[in-house]
Ligand binder design. Sequence first.
Ligand code: 5MM
Length: 340
Amino acid sequence: MNRTVLTSVARAMVSPGRGLLAADESTGTIKKRFDQIGVESTEENRRAYRELLFTAPGLAESISGVILYDETLRQAARSGERFADLLSRQGIVPGIKVDGGTKSLPNFPGELVTDGLDGLAARLAEYHKLGAGFAKWRAVIDIGAGIPSRTCIESNADLLARYAALCQEAAIVPIVEPEVLMDGGHTIERCEEVTDAVLAEVFARLAAHRVYFEGMVLKPNMVVAGAKCAERASAEQVAEATLRCLRRRVPAAVPGIAFLSGGQSEAEATLHLDLINRAGTQPWALSFSYGRALQASALTAWRGVTANVAAAQREFAKRARLNGLASLGKYEPTLEKQAA
Ligand code: 5MM
């Protein structure tokens, strides 16, 4: 394991004022996104959309790394330059989603476990050659009546740890993403309880598998009330509960925490990140690794029309810039009104 490389890539991924773009939508997920804007999900449309994102002017000021899907890592810009090279040239680390998606956990109705360890070592070696500096594996934990079970939490945590150990052996920084879903009617207190239990188990398994904490990045959910919960939590409560959870469970050796947005609106995800960063100095950098909350406005502005590319890039660059400010605790909601 090359600890020097792992440490330096992990630190670059959470360098001050920057964060990650999650552009690793699998074929099924990108189709859903394209369906919403009436664009057919062909390989060329997916390539063109990713080129729009990766060539947005000024991107490197607020984006430190991009999570790619297998297909995208093998694609190139119209100029012929491979996306991985195009990103690296801008000082942006290319990364790769390596999990194989979720499957039902047998004997535990309604619960999921993430697939993808089979052949992972060989895939990581290839991804490294293709230019990936980091990888991502997402575990999904749902909250509902009687769930999550201990078995679900333990199985997913162990898989995350085994994935992380394999990544580090391949000189690839693992993003460890245990996502507690915000679907459902649970309260913020219940989300905190579950997130706490999940993070405790994840870090216990990471330690048991001797994962090098300095060479990883955690990608957790924020602690929020379920989308269908009538009792809404304030942004301040979200920031407080999220930090309380992280401070109890995440070792100080981890260089950075890059949140997922999980279905929050763009402005909500930015505001929450900002308040989290205004709460004072923490042992780790607190940044973003958003998918939907970085791309929603850009997708709507684009709609698959070439003439809209520049406007979509402006929307995307604005969102990235506001999140970059939020990662420093310097965002103001009034900035939302400024033109893209
Ligand atoms: C961009 O979406 C990622 C891939 O999702 P699928 O495997 O379902 O296609 C996803 O893992 C993403 O990285 C995280 O969920 C964060 O994205 P959000 O939209 O929650 O910020």
